[in-house]
Design a protein around this ligand. Sequence first.
Ligand code: TRP
Length: 494
Amino acid sequence: MKKKKKKKLLRDRWSSHLIFLFAAIGSAVGLGNVWRFPYLAGKYGGGAFLVPYLIVLFLLGIPILILEYALGKRMQKGAVGAFGKIHPRLRGIGVNAIFVGFIVCAYYAVVMAWSLIYFFHSFKVSWASAPKEFFFSKVLEMSSNIRFLDGINWIVFIALIAVWILIYFCVWKGTKSVGKVVMITMPLPIILIIILTIRGITLPGSLEGILFYITPNFKALFDMQVWNAAISQIFFTLSIAFGIMIAYASFTDNMQVKKDAWITAVANSVISIVAGFAVFSTLGFMAAKQAVPVSEVAAAGPSLAFIAYPQALSLMPWAVLFSLVFFITLMSLAIDSAFSLVEAVSTVFSDKFKKWSKHWIAAGVCFVGFLFGIIFTTRAGMYFLDLFDHFATNYGLVLVGIFECIAVGWFFGADKLRKYINRGADWKLGKWWEISIKYICPIVLAYLIIAQLVIDISKNYGNYPNWAIYIGWGAVLVPIITGIIVSFWPNKKK
Ligand code: TRP
């Protein structure tokens, strides 16, 4: 009797193919589309940034997304098990991927916590009089230097707890609950972005902003930094090299690998480009109102979403309403990216420890993610966030990308996986894909890592002190070393 009970537990399944697509697009579309992409475009050559962005998307992004989808579907396992099925020694690649993803998720949740705080402040548009001070002094209470942790900022801390509780309740029943949640969290922010775009382009002065955004500066294409930025953005935005897409694809058995990868990637990039219009048209309006050039209000990184854009919102009619809309957009955009990573990690554990309850695994992952995030809730949190983001996205992800391509291209066999993908496929995958995975991706990625390394060695990133830079390297090396340890850990099975 016992034997029967033990008989194969069926793998978690999406309730429909559409839900899988919603979940995958939901993971891809996140804060990366709304503040990272527009900011990079503004900084690196405006419309010309689209050139490296699209080249990298087609040359590296989509091929690697196809690789991850195919691997998940074929192996029916999360990242660690999937690479382990190629060869047990390759398990470390999966470990490396989810570990880097975990680091990203830890700070990503903190950005969500800020959004939550801003959501509550939206009712009074509390930042209106001094948006910059509001962000740095009131919300973050930021210390003057990374050296001074200055204790925990309890408001951010509590908001972070709330965010992790939200994330937990999205994933606690695996694909069942995720499937329900993504029916809302995928389309809702898209609709809201469209509303914000229409609002933005109908404001006086918006044209200046849009021109700033799209006017190409082709000189930028000769700058290595631009290409680096495009690559890390593509990895980040498509959620590749995190083990996420492998896990999501492992819950399907009838997906169309190539077609679904294209749908995911195109939807994601269209949303990025549209979000750029929302952001820059609104900034154009603010620049006109303050009679300053757009370049002056187009700020970098987090300050775009938490200073410049909210400030512009405060100047428009119905400021409260549009502020609420904006911060709901941020939250709903981010949450399905964050829980996709929790799913990726949980899947790895439930693949390995079949007897553990999934609820507890998910709770454990969320709890550890929260603990990890505490460093970002200190008053020096912003510096650490910047540091971890730099190292995890520029090195961690790109290295995982190289390892994935080598493992599949050279160990498993790109030809073998391509044949598998093409079996019963609507859209056939050409030979170019094998070339991309075996040669183009690893070579281009390795070249970029070296180029970035040269920059970072000549000058400490962000002028941070040496010890902080070592911590940054820790975020790259600890996942790799953990991967190596797992790879060489004696495997009882087989
Ligand atoms: N794709 C997400 C975005 O564009 C970012 C992301 C990728 C992410 N992987 C993640 C966020 C893992 C949290 C955890 O915003």
